[in-house]
Write a protein that binds this ligand. Structure first.
Ligand SMILES: Nc1ncnc2c1ncn2[C@@H]1O[C@H](COP(=O)(O)OP(=O)(O)O)[C@@H](O)[C@H]1O
Ligand SMILES: [Mg+2]
Length: 285
């Protein structure tokens, strides 16, 4: 944003309409928009948004990734792009180009350094999101994946409003009783916002010992099946815990490209195929 983050102020109703109108025009060159959310932080939204985007790009789709997590923005780190900055000119903002041609926009590309805190209250966050969407030149894309912050607050409501025709949401859960209650809120949010629920992904489902093949459940009871049943949805995937995810991150590598034969990468590949079939045949949603 050429005015810098300090220039953000809250929005009047009239300004909101104008920004939303501009944003919708910018987004009209994108075929499918998918929101990745959860009630919770730390369940793997960013990991899965990033890997799903990469997997779609690997399948030759033109893909964009929008990181809506203003405070905990981390897609740039997951993609090893933290040194890059967004470029803005009279035409608007050009997304950063990531691996496999992935187009990425994240708040991290606008701040001085990764430990710079962004201290905004709700109206400013909404304004920043609206402004960003009204300025980004995505170009023609097959998919835009939106990585949401935890919870169902200002960012989620604003994005639902600004983007408008979201094809569907993927709700991420993890095992454990606490997760079930909190993730339910995200599911209810999709229903109340009129966003089709594509399904639920259970991340960190289990750990398979590479030596013995024994399966362990360190986070406890599965939540994915129960949530899917309770909300008449589907469990799209169960992704295991894989220590190589952190290793790939630490080495600035992308997990699915680095470990394509792992169970987690295979589950992500199947997830991408399922998402494509659901989104391109919307009667199933
Ligand atoms: N299946 C997994 N196995 C091991 N580590 C994982 C897995 N999924 C995510 N992680 C790690 O857990 C941490 C939190 O994930 P992240 O995607 O940032 O969560 P969120 O976006 O929901 O807050 C990250 O360090 C990520 O690399
Ligand atoms: Mg995140």
């Amino acid at each position: 944003m050429n005015q810098g983050l300090d220039g953000i102020h809250s929005t009047s109703v009239g300004e909101s309409f104008t920004l939303i109108g501009k944003a919708r025009r910018k987004l009209s060159s994108i075929k499918h928009k998918i929101m990745v959310l959860s009630g919770k932080g730390g369940v793997g939204k960013t990991f899965l948004s990033t890997m799903l985007s990469l997997e779609l790009a690997r399948r030759s789709y033109r893909v964009g990734l929008f990181d809506a997590d203003i405070h905990g923005s981390s897609t740039s780190v997951m993609l090893g792009l933290q040194q890059l900055r967004l470029y803005a000119d009279d035409e608007g903002i050009r997304p950063v180009e990531g691996p496999l041609g992935l187009k990425v926009v994240s708040m991290n590309f606008m701040i001085e350094s990764l430990d710079t805190p962004i201290i905004w209250r709700g109206p400013l966050k909404s304004r920043a999101i609206m402004e960003l969407f009204s300025m980004i030149n995505w170009g023609d894309l097959d998919y835009l994946v939106i990585d949401m912050p935890p919870g169902t607050g200002d960012e989620a409501i604003t994005i639902a409003q600004v983007v408008g025709d979201i094809d569907g949401a993927i709700v991420i859960t993890a095992p454990g009783l606490m997760n079930e209650a909190i993730v339910s809120r995200a599911i209810k949010f999709t229903k109340s916002s009129g966003i089709p629920l594509l399904g639920i992904v259970e991340n960190m489902s289990y750990y398979k010992c590479p030596h013995t093949g024994a399966i362990h459940y360190p986070l406890g009871r599965s939540t994915g099946e129960h949530l899917a049943k309770k909300y008449s949805s589907r469990l799209l995937a169960k992704i295991p815990i894989d220590p190589n995810i952190e290793d790939a991150l630490a080495g600035g590598k992308q997990f699915i490209l680095e470990y394509p034969d792992s169970e987690a990468s295979k589950a992500i590949a199947e997830l991408a195929a399922t998402i494509v079939s659901l989104v391109e045949k919307p009667t199933n949603v």
